[in-house]
Each structure stands twice: as structure tokens, then as C-alpha cells.
Design a binder for this molecule. Structure first.
Ligand code: 0X9
Ligand code: ZN
Length: 732
């Protein structure tokens, strides 16, 4: 094994520098940006800027830890010996390489290894891949990029930019763009979908925007925790934070600093850095740039614009539709949650960042913070490189598909889950054009059938106003779920289907056992500041303020309708009266939620159920900070507790809470208990479970128009006709 001595040498050289002597990796509970600034000014290094969602990891020496404690910041030592920690990480890399699981993705790669692989990709697939130099750094390294698109004239194709590693220490953010390149190139030969996407799109990937900094994190005498580039600031501290150097809101004061020693140093001027200049010039040469992802680590987030303010970005619905597509696609691979939302809600505001600048240039732009969620931060174990790449590729594919599907369909109030049998279930649908195409508002159509077989009926969807349409979804009388999809035409005559391809939506059928729309006071029992009434939009010291009305109507049950919950709160409950569920063996709880609460290390919100006067069983409690800025409809299966019971009570709990950071707490509306219907039989008109002559007779005697929903209207097009007869016969 020739490779052994070199590795030992690297490890030895890491150990020999002594640069981390006396330093510890600590977890701090920073309360405000000023505290962070004070620690930074004293020479402390933050590993995650300022993160209001929880503890901020930092590298501090003994005196800085004392200073933090003096400011009443909780400090918890995670790693007292950084050299030992880095040595162990180095050993885990060595083992991962030796095992070789994941092939090229078994371990992180240096700048030159990345460049060699880019060249290999180009040499293997010159018809679709072209390597180019984006620009040159302070230390004269080339920033390399690759363009991937089908052969032929690409001037009319949409363009997407994916880049990694503005921040030197975020190693996995280099591997992910490399994997995307590999998969697209491989897919060009084997996957018809990727072939067709590359015929309509040009993909530009720049895996390492900051090669000087990246090399410094590997170098003997370098620093594994380096973030910035390597500008010589002619003083004791080097480097500019490239992701603070962009010309959009440059040096605006949100997570920025003019101190050269700061990790968020903005640089001497907007676009002062060669790396940022070259990426800017690249983007300026992409006339059809429609979407951009700037990959970072870590926290597992899909961050929407703007980073620099809480103002909604242009095309906010579309921005959110794509981030939720990306987040869902990521979760579908290994089940990992990457929360989608704005920086202001999920992380912190930051000025002068790359995706804000591309957003301003008209693209749909995101920051993706890769694995892990927290510890061990930048040193993601090598065996997680490949899974991180796989899930991120799925996210990238979601973006590729999205920009090639120029009409976006979204459910402003969420996708319906269960509907009552035999009713027209009405809900809003938003249909928006993503690019220039305009939508022909009279052509929105619902395609629906009962059960998962047979002919779909079509029903017109009415336009309400703006991008909003009203869907009236028929729900079968006999327990069959409704399966459905939508189409709309753009004025160029093209029909767009949602969901894409052959996919469909479906809603289950359920009977409402009991429901409270909160328009009248249910008079449930309360403690603390729980009360019924109209929320006032107050509070929001952290997170978002309360709403100013209900999900429907104006009244809700809320914890402090005037504002935030209290510090040092004991559990305070809102408890329903006793509910009879003796006739249901499966019970689902649905309600609308508008909740803001700090993460559960500090503050708690929960829901519990008790059966037959027994003990409370928790069915949900917050597992992270929650900052709702919209009403959401949520569904919980409470059959385990309520299924076998005669009667139940449900309670919502606020608290306990800790001694600081107040949020606006619970708001609750439209509480319903459902019992799902047993599945029905296709073709069965009278819900007796058999398809027979009585069903035919029913159809004939009700021949003609069906107002609302009718059992005889088996193909639910609103007319009882031959198509319904044929369904009966076909399912005899
Ligand atoms: O601070 C940054 O530049 C990014 N986070 S990182 O930990 N990788 O440094 C976040 C940039 C985007 N930020 C917001 N949307 N707030
Ligand atoms: Zn970063």
C-alpha cells in the first residue's frame, strides 16, 4: 500500500502545526447578532454564522469562552481537542478510501482531482460536455466550469447554473455538483428523460468557485475551518467572504462585516473579488438563465430568496412551488428532510449573496445547505457523501423538470387529503405561467374518476381572479377515492398537464364525525392565555406574528391572540369537550394550524388525545423550530388511541417554555374528526357493494343532468348518460 506513508505524513503535518492548540469547538446559544459580533471581534470563529434556530457552533479559546459566559451565553464544549478531532476525521477518510464504497465518491477530492475529472468527463463525452475556465483567483488558480447540453444550436435553450464551494470548508458542496455532472452525462446515453431535458436546456456547473480557499482547507499549515477566499488584506487577517461580496445589497449589515478578520468580511467593494467578478461575468453571458442553485453546507435547507430581506421575491408562488418540489425530491431518495423556506425564517438574513444577485437578474435562485443538519458540521462522514449526492441530484432534476414545464400549478391551501362522501369539495388552485407564455383562463379542466380504474370525466374549472381558480371536486357517494389531474392551455395552444406525465392526485373519502369551524365559540376548556376570538397579528419577537384572521372566517382558538407566549411558561392546555367516537374504528384528526414556536430544546407545542377518560397520549410535538406564515391543513391518524374508544378528548398544549425568545404560539381553526370510508366498488350506484341490475335501473330512472354529486354519475362529468351505463356493465 504505497498510499499509506503519504497519508500519515498529512496527518502528522496537521498535528504538527499546533494552530488549534488551546482552542475548542463549542456550542453557544447566541441570542442576538451583537453577541456574535462581540465574540468575533475577540477572535472567535463561528462555524455557522448566526443561527437563530438554535445553538451556534464556534471555535473559541479559553478567554473567549469566559467572555461568552460573561455575556450570559450558554457555552457547551463539544470538542476540547481539535487536533485529535481532525486526526480522527482524517482516519475516517482513510478508512473510507480503503473500503472504496461509493467509488469516486468514497472520499472528498482536492482541487486538482476535481479538475482532472472534469477533463475526463469532457474527453469521454465531447459531444455534450465542454470544460471552460470561468476566471482566475488571487493565487492564480483557474476556476473551472463545464457546460452540458445536447449537440446542436443551444442558443434558444433555457440555461441553469449550479455551483458549489463559495465557502472553502464546505467540502460536500464540491462533491454534489460533480455527481450532478456525472449523472447527467451518464443519463444522456441511457435515460430518455435526461436526453430530452438536455435538448431543451443547457446546464452550467462550477463545482469550486473558491479554489484558493478550498486548497487552503487541505493544505499543511492551512486551516480546515477556512471559509473565505485568500485575498491579502494587508493586515493580520486574510480573505473575503465571497458570499457577501455580490452587488445586491452589498454590505447591508445583515450578517456582514467590514472587519477584515471577520468570517463575513464583505471585501473592499462590491464585486472586488476575482472569483465573484468571474462568476458575475459568466452569468452575464447566460441570456437564458432561468434557475440557479448555490450549494453550501450544512443544515439541510432549501433557502428561497431573498436572503437580504423578508420581502417576498418576484413570482413568490413559483419560487415556493419549486423549492417544495426540490425538497420533496430530495426526501424521496433517502428520507432526509431539507426544509424549504426563506433565509429570514429558517436561518438569518444575509446581504450581498450570490443567489440574491441572480434572483435580481430574473432567475429562480436558491441556496441549498447540504447535510448534515448539525454536528459534525463541515466534516460530514465520508460514507454520507454519496447519499448526499444522490438526494441532491434528485433535487437538481426537480429543477430541470420544473423549468421545462412552463406552467406551475399549486394548492394555496394545501392538497386536500380527505373529503366528505357525496359532496362537491371546493378548493383553490393557483395556475401561473413561469416564463412568458400566457394562460388561457377558460381552458382549465379537472380530469376526475372514482377509484383507480376506468374513464376520466372532465369538468371545467372556473377562474376566480389573478392566478386563482376554484376547483369543484366531486367525491363519490360510495367510498371510492377520487383520482384527478388538471390541464390548462397557454395562448400558443399548448396543453399543460399537472401533475406531469402519468401521475395523478387522489383524495380519500371520509365521513365527518364532528367539526368546529370556530365561527361560533365551542367553549372548550382553557388555561393560561388560551382563548377564542380574532387573532390580531401581534407578537413575533422571533418567528412570525400571529395571523389576523382564521383559516376560514375570522375566529380561532389561539394562545395569546394579542401576541407572543410568555417566558418560563408551564404547560397550558386547550381541551375539547368529550367527543363520542363509539361508531368509528378509524379516526383522523384534521385542523388548520398557524404556529410559531422555538425549537424543542427550549420551547414546546404539542397535541395529545385521551380515550375513555384515561391518560393523555401525545400524538405530535414540535421536533424543530416552527415559523408558519400561512395557515396549513394538517391531518393526524389518531386511530391507535381513538379507534377502540367510546369517547375521546383532544388537547393542544403551549409550553413549557424557557427564559427567553418568545414566539407567537398556537392558532387553531377548522377542527374536524373524520372516519375514512371503507373502499367502494367501481360501477356501484346505490352503494350496496355489488354491481347489478338495480344500478342500471337507478341510472335509467335518473337519466340527464346531475346537479352536484350523484351516485348514478359514475363517470363524474355531471351528466347521467351512456358512459355511466357502460361503467356499470364493464364492472358487472
Ligand atoms: O451565510 C451564508 O453565506 C450561507 N450559509 S453558510 O452557513 N453556508 O455560510 C447562507 C446564504 C443564504 N442565506 C440566507 N438566505 N440567509
Ligand atoms: Zn456556505
Amino acid at each position: 500500500m504505497m498510499i499509506f506513508p503519504t497519508i500519515t505524513l498529512t496527518i502528522a503535518s496537521i498535528l504538527s502545526t499546533g494552530q488549534y492548540d488551546g482552542l475548542s469547538i463549542v456550542s453557544t446559544r447566541i441570542e442576538n447578532p451583537k453577541q456574535l459580533q462581540t465574540l468575533r471581534d475577540a477572535g472567535g470563529q463561528s462555524l455557522a454564522c448566526f443561527d437563530h434556530a438554535g445553538p451556534t457552533p464556534m471555535i473559541l479559546d479559553a478567554s473567549q469562552i469566559k467572555l461568552a459566559q460573561k455575556m450570559q451565553i450558554d457555552v457547551h464544549i463539544l470538542e476540547p481537542n481539535i487536533d485529535k478531532y481532525l486526526l480522527e476525521f482524517e482516519q475516517s477518510r482513510q478508512q473510507a478510501r480503503a473500503r472504496g464504497v461509493g467509488g469516486w465518491y468514497s472520499d472528498y477530492k482536492t482541487w486538482s482531482q476535481i479538475n482532472s475529472r472534469l477533463i475526463q468527463v469532457e474527453q469521454g463525452s465531447p459531444e455534450i460536455a465542454t470544460v471552460f475556465t470561468v476566471g482566475t483567483t488571487h493565487e492564480n488558480r483557474n476556476i473551472q466550469g463545464i457546460r452540458i447540453t445536447a449537440p446542436g444550436d443551444s442558443s434558444q435553450r433555457k440555461q441553469i447554473l449550479w455551483n458549489g464551494c463559495q465557502h472553502a470548508r464546505e467540502w460536500v458542496a464540491v462533491m454534489v455538483p460533480m455527481y450532478i455532472i456525472d449523472q447527467l452525462v451518464e443519463g444522456w446515453y441511457s435515460d430518455p428523460e435526461i436526453q430530452s431535458l438536455l435538448e431543451s436546456t443547457e446546464v452550467i456547473v462550477v463545482p469550486i468557485v473558491n479554489p484558493d480557499g478550498y486548497e487552503f482547507t487541505y493544505a499543511a499549515g492551512g486551516d480546515r475551518f477556512w471559509r473565505k477566499n485568500r485575498r491579502n488584506n494587508s493586515g493580520s487577517c486574510e480573505g473575503v467572504d465571497l458570499n457577501r461580496n455580490w452587488g445586491y445589497e452589498w454590505n447591508g449589515g445583515d450578517s456582514t462585516s467590514t472587519d477584515t478578520c471577520s468570517d463575513v468580511y464583505v471585501g473592499p467593494g462590491a464585486f472586488s473579488e476575482p472569483e465573484v467578478q468571474s462568476m458575475r461575468d459568466l452569468v452575464n453571458q447566460l441570456p437564458n438563465l432561468v434557475a440557479h442553485i448555490d450549494f453550501h453546507s450544512y443544515s439541510q435547507l432549501v433557502l428561497e430568496p431573498w436572503a437580504s430581506s423578508n420581502t417576498p421575491p418576484p413570482r413568490v408562488n413559483i419560487v415556493k412551488a419549486l423549492s417544495s418540489d426540490i425538497s420533496e425530491a430530495i426526501a424521496s431518495i433517502h428520507g432526509e428532510t431539507y426544509v424549504a423556506g426563506t433565509g429570514g425564517d429558517l436561518l438569518y438574513l444575509a446581504d450581498g449573496v450570490f443567489p440574491d444577485w441572480t434572483t435580481d437578474s430574473g432567475a429562480l435562485s436558491y441556496t441549498i445547505e447540504l447535510r448534515p443538519t448539525g454536528s459534525p458540521g463541515f466534516d460530514l462522514p465520508p460514507n454520507e457523501i454519496l447519499p448526499t449526492c444522490e438526494e441532491s441530484f434528485a433535487g437538481a432534476m426537480a429543477m430541470l423538470r420544473f423549468v421545462n414545464q412552463p406552467v406551475s400549478f399549486t394548492f394555496p391551501n394545501g392538497e386536500p387529503q380527505f373529503c366528505e362522501a357525496g359532496l362537491l369539495h371546493t378548493f383553490p388552485l393557483s395556475i401561473e405561467s413561469i416564463f412568458e407564455e400566457s394562460i388561457n383562463e377558460n381552458t382549465a379542466v379537472l380530469h376526475v374518476r372514482y377509484g383507480s380504474d376506468g374513464q376520466f370525466a372532465t369538468r371545467q374549472i372556473q377562474h376566480t381572479s389573478g392566478s386563482i381558480y376554484e376547483v369543484q371536486l366531486p367525491v363519490s357517494m360510495c367510498g371510492l377515492e377520487s383520482e384527478y389531474w388538471f390541464t390548462v392551455e397557454t395562448t400558443d395552444g399548448t396543453t399543460h398537464r399537472h401533475p406531469f406525465g402519468e401521475d395523478t392526485f387522489s383524495v380519500g373519502v371520509a365521513t365527518e364525525l364532528v367539526g368546529w369551524n370556530m365561527d361560533t365559540n365551542p367553549n372548550w376548556s382553557t388555561s393560561g392565555l388560551w382563548s377564542w376570538g380574532t387573532p390580531t397579528g401581534g407578537g413575533g419577537q422571533y418567528g412570525n406574528p400571529d395571523p389576523t384572521g382564521g383559516a376560514t372566517g375570522s375566529k380561532v382558538y389561539g394562545y395569546n391572540l394579542q401576541g407572543d407566549y410568555e417566558n418560563n411558561l408551564q404547560e397550558k392546555h386547550l381541551t375539547t369537550s368529550s367527543i363520542d367516537v363509539s361508531n368509528a374504528n378509524q379516526v383522523k384528526l384534521q385542523f388548520s394550524r398557524y404556529l410559531n414556536v422555538e425549537q424543542p430544546s427550549y420551547d414546546h407545542a404539542s397535541i395529545s388525545v385521551k380515550a375513555n377518560g384515561g391518560n393523555w397520549t401525545s400524538i405530535w410535538s414540535n421536533t424543530s423550530e416552527i415559523t408558519d406564515s400561512n395557515w396549513q391543513t394538517l391531518l393526524y391518524d389518531i386511530s391507535d388511541v381513538a379507534g377502540p374508544a367510546e369517547s375521546i378528548e383532544i388537547r393542544w398544549t403551549m409550553g413549557d417554555t424557557d427564559s427567553s425568545w418568545q414566539y407567537s404560539g398556537w392558532n387553531i381553526d377548522d377542527v374536524q374528526l373524520f372516519a375514512p370510508d371503507e373502499s367502494g366498488v367501481i360501477g356501484d350506484v346505490n352503494c350496496d357493494g355489488v354491481v347489478d341490475v338495480s344500478d342500471i335501473l337507478n341510472i335509467i330512472s335518473n337519466w340527464g343532468v346531475c346537479e352536484s354529486v350523484c351516485g348514478e354519475d359514475i363517470v363524474p362529468d355531471g351528466i347521467i348518460s351512456v358512459s355511466d351505463l357502460l361503467q356499470v356493465i364493464g364492472n358487472w
